[in-house]
Design a protein around this ligand. Sequence first.
Ligand SMILES: [Zn+2]
Length: 142
Amino acid sequence: MSITRQQAHALAGFIRTIRPTWDELLLTNILADQAHHELPDIAVAAIRTALDATKQNPVSIAWDGDHWPAPLRRETSQPPLTTHDRTSRRQAIDRCGMCDDSGYTAYGICHHDPDAAERGRRGAALARAALTQARTREDQPA
Ligand SMILES: [Zn+2]
């Protein structure tokens, strides 16, 4: 999914809570111009740029850089598992208290990371807060 003009405007409103001096229209235009990226990547890149004190202008969002999330590795490009990989996987499953003997939880493949659920909850809470804040701003008369 890409980004709509309305989403770019809402995201610009959130980014301006971090960088109040950045022009809202310019920011909205820059975000809307990133439609060739996926929406979560645009949000991450915008937030990382806003939080980077060395970035003085929102146009930095549009540039290539490590503020953009790395593309997910494709399953087909992964080399075959070595004996060491299999041993490590077996040990991770054996040490993990969340998954079954084959490395699965009720929800899918286990990453054997007890902090993942808490990180997910924190991320979801941040996203909800950002959306609520953006909606509140839109509800206020200009
Ligand atoms: Zn596990």
